[in-house]
Design a protein around this ligand. Sequence first.
Ligand code: C2E
Ligand code: CA
Ligand code: CA
Length: 297
Amino acid sequence: MISININAAISIFPKDGKSFKTLYERADITLQQTKKAGSGIIQFFDAAIEKEAEKLWEVFNLIKKASEEKLFTFYYQPYFYTKTLKIAGFEALVRIIDRDGKLYTPDFFIDYLENSQYLSSFENWAINEVTEKIKKWGTNISLNISGKTFSNPILIPILSEITSEIRNKLTIEITERIFINNPEYTMQILSDIKRMKNPPKIAIDDFGTGYSSMSYLRDLPIDIVKIDKSFIKDMVEDKKSLAIVETIIGLAKKLEKMTLAEGVETEKEFTILKTMDCDFVQGFLFSKPLPEKKIAV
Ligand code: C2E
Ligand code: CA
Ligand code: CA
């Protein structure tokens, strides 16, 4: 038996457009959207679809331009030893600064970049940039790595090429989502990384928001657990969030991992984290992410 899957999109005259060209374009945008959702779908044009398509187009052009004209730049947010408030290192956070000075933060473009043809050239630039800064400043720097890059076999050779004294000051931040898809593969990559001389540190980002399985903490060679900012924000008012933060810190300590609290914004939060003996703190209370020229080390 042959089965044919058909998707259809409908735009209506004059509501959705008065010319054939507009009606056709809007039906076409709608059709592209139905294909994402599956087959056998009939969809009417609506303004939300057009907005989404416009954003996609805008972001795609931005990423293309940023890649071709080298407009990516890192801002660096320090993190501190909780006890002494001395700088323990910096997290590199990407920005695009357009020719007119307009600054774009990653929430606008990172998902699209991670799914685009420009990802690998971006990640190459990112690793180079961060290793140069480690050399220049002599500090620890953390780099956020996308799931795609983590699973790319090229990661190990790239990391192997870094001078071992520099590599030792690099931290790779990955999220739990990476483990879920393929725990065995994750284990293999992390073990390969840890077999290097002076290996980079591994941090789990946004801990607590994903599946947060205890076995990952037990089995994977993770050095730092970054507690997600949503728990830090809520723990002052909400006893359950407080219990979660306390438990994560206690468990991480028993498993000999360091803990870092993200998004610390108030003195109250900081006081609580001090009493819980969290190793590092990071957040607007201490410093926002800063452009390179504002950093003196
Ligand atoms: P993330 O890795 O969880 O980074 C922390 C985010 O929280 C940053 O947002 C930072 O500016 C913000 N933040 C820091 N302190 C505070 C605080 O006290 N309060 C609040 N409300 N926010 C705070 P940003 O720079 O917009 O980055 C967003 C996300 O984009 C990052 O989340 C990370 O997942 C991703 N990202 C950033 N740079 C890169 C990169 O170079 N590569 C990849 N693959 N992802 C990146
Ligand atoms: Ca991060
Ligand atoms: Ca985070």
